[in-house]
Write a protein that binds this ligand. Sequence first.
Ligand SMILES: Nc1nc2c(c(=O)[nH]1)N[C@H]1C(S)=C(S)[C@@H](COP(=O)(O)OP(=O)(O)OC[C@H]3O[C@@H](n4cnc5c(=O)[nH]c(N)nc54)[C@H](O)[C@@H]3O)O[C@H]1N2
Ligand SMILES: Nc1nc2c(c(=O)[nH]1)N[C@H]1C(S)=C(S)[C@@H](COP(=O)(O)OP(=O)(O)OC[C@H]3O[C@@H](n4cnc5c(=O)[nH]c(N)nc54)[C@H](O)[C@@H]3O)O[C@H]1N2
Ligand SMILES: [Mo]
Length: 743
Amino acid sequence: MTNHFGDVVEHSKAMLVIGANPAAANPIGMKHFLQAKDRNNAPLIVVDPVYTKTAAKADHYLRIRTGTDVAFIYGLLHVIFKNGWEDKNFINSRVYGMDDIRVEAEKWTPEETSDVTGIPAAKIIQVATILAKTKPTTVVWALGITQHSTGTSNTRIIPILQLVLGNMGKKGGGTNIIRGHDNVQGSTDMCCLADSLSGYYGLAEGAWKYFANSWGVDFDWLQKRFYAPEWMEAKGFSLAKWWQGVLQEEKTYSSSPIRALWVQGNGITSMAQTAKIQEALDKLDLLVIAEPFVNEAAVITNKKDDIYILPVATQFETEGSVTATNRTSQWRSKVVDPLYESKPDHEVMFAFAKEFGFYDEYTRAMKMAVKDGVLTEVKKDFNWPDDASDEIARTIKTIGLGGWTAKRLRAHQENWHMFDPLTLAGSGPMKGEYYGLPWPSWDEKHPGSPILYDVDTPVNEGGMGFRNRFGLEHNGVSQLAESGVDIAGSKVKGGYPEITKENIEEVLGIQLTAEEKAKIGANWKVDHSGIIQAKCRAAGVAPYGNAKARTIVWTFPDPIPKHREPIHSPRPDLVAKYPTYEDQENNFRVDVKFISEQNAQVWAKNFPTMLVSMRVVNLSGAGMLERTSKYLSHITPEMFANIHPDLAMEYGLRDGDMMWLHAPQGTKIKVKAQYNYSVTPDRIALPYNFAGLMQGVDMSQNYPEGTKPYAIGESSNTITNYGFDIITQIPEFNAGLCRIEKA
Ligand SMILES: Nc1nc2c(c(=O)[nH]1)N[C@H]1C(S)=C(S)[C@@H](COP(=O)(O)OP(=O)(O)OC[C@H]3O[C@@H](n4cnc5c(=O)[nH]c(N)nc54)[C@H](O)[C@@H]3O)O[C@H]1N2
Ligand SMILES: Nc1nc2c(c(=O)[nH]1)N[C@H]1C(S)=C(S)[C@@H](COP(=O)(O)OP(=O)(O)OC[C@H]3O[C@@H](n4cnc5c(=O)[nH]c(N)nc54)[C@H](O)[C@@H]3O)O[C@H]1N2
Ligand SMILES: [Mo]
């Protein structure tokens, strides 16, 4: 989130919720949107292929065809540009590349947009008008936007809309992406990702060297952990396609095939292509599961030996910091000691490191601190979890976690009552700090930044410009903010680059001493000495620069977002006009099909019904956790599909009848047809939270005695269509096709 929920309540004058259903998936967030409706008379605009519980509260509901959001946003931009409603000053001074967007938007007349998205042209014009005339508007999204083969383009085009409207860096504006799991923002920031290091540092040698230094280990030692040095800088397997690393034997891009799998905190059937996952699990030599429940990885496999389940404690049995959806950190205390023989996650990892002989290197950084500007090992033993938090604060500069020391986070927890829930501002002992120190919180004195890119607030009070990440110029155009974009109170006027050892004296207009020069790191991201941060603080400067936001990503297959039809599209005519990408080789170490799959046949002929997945309020993720609760299971005792009666009747299905759903990849699931008017007759919606049945086969004999959940069922991901985002490799969970057959 660039802003936060309280900010929406206080300042948003309109809300565009697109591809999210917070009424079911984030009821606390939803409460804030309803408050904004009441307090600000802010219209709620919901764009969703399904008439959700969120849509039921909307002032304007737009029923979109899945996978066409890029087209929809261009349709809005077309109307906005045509009427001259864009924020010209904002665009000219703070954005690079808007002309290309303008050219693309010209094609997306209300009529063309309507044909592609299924939204009436008049509605597109009406919503564009509301957005242009009602400032500030906030935009909220979640999985309906990200989970597509064009997910990356989706997540770029919506911020571009906000740039056009001048809504970025403004109270009540911004792009508010609701994160999913507890602490998922934290795990992303710590980069449980296959293509970056913690804090989004890249995989290049320089970043590895910085981390080697931060961890107090030799770079060479670190490099030797890899099968061969080149794998150190190559993306790993993604969560979405690890199975292909097991199965893709004929063409390997690494030391694969994978032969052992360690699962810690992933529900296995939550990923697409469950049948492939099953095949891969069967083929493994070793499967280890470390978690509080019986993960269904152990259940859906036919493998009989070499499966180990390690009991891990829950969040109630451990302590430390977690990060919320609005970039705030919260300290969490242990409620009870780990029950029975379970151990918290970190102890499992420590035991593992001991066994493999790298425990000392693994934990050394927690014994280190910066002394006189130099990183030094200062004590014999570490204190968990405080020293882990302090290590994060000391190391992660990129997103500004410098202020997140254990001491400060503990103080925030102890003083919850001293913070305003809407503004996040503290009072009493917490005066001058925002609750949870929303990042960037550059240093130990910094109060946190509740709203990103806000140039009207001094840097030392949470303000900043856009980040200078992509060089100083492109195609001869400066990437820095134009003159006049002055961050409040800054000594440096207008745009400036990110701060390095080389440019610090010139940009800040200061002179470093010889001693400072000897200690300072090469740039603000790798400067353990703290000198760059301190000098920036004194000048009221954001160390990452004051630059332009860019609409063009010149390294992507689509430099500006383009509409491309889902791989399995219900509109063959539009596939010809807006085809998907070329197939990829060796992305995240596997080959990925795009155009070859899209063109393999006219899919819509044999698979005429669209498939959307959805969340239900009582179940989460793969659902093992909630399905072991009698009461939560009672609400949805079995797997079902929401189907419009008109569609059901075409197949002779009465409410409650069983049906087979077939997917293009040849898989099928048997589920109950549940009459429901939230879907139109061209689409059905499935929850994804069931497991235990695979293509009609009951696997429940595989649950260890006494562990079978109260509700089992087919996983919708067995029929989630093949398809992955071109950049992130997230599966296309939300735009596929299926064929219905009465069971
Ligand atoms: N069809 C479809 N599929 C989807 C989605 C969709 O919309 N549609 N959504 C996708 C999204 S956004 C997500 S985030 C994923 C979610 O999928 P997962 O990330 O797989 O999430 P969960 O299923 O909740 O699995 C978490 C597992 O961790 C275990 N666990 C809980 N607490 C702890 C702990 O403290 N330590 C350890 N070690 N384990 C713990 C739980 O028992 C559970 O088995 O699903 C994705 N899959
Ligand atoms: N009860 C419950 N709460 C949860 C979870 C859970 O499993 N259960 N999971 C948590 C997690 S991990 C996450 S990430 C969040 C997810 O939170 P949400 O994304 O709000 O949850 P979904 O129900 O997947 O909602 C996505 C919506 O996008 C719509 N949609 C699908 N395709 C498209 C499309 O192409 N365009 C548009 N505009 N809309 C589309 C779907 O119909 C659906 O209503 O929820 C979190 N909260
Ligand atoms: Mo998620």
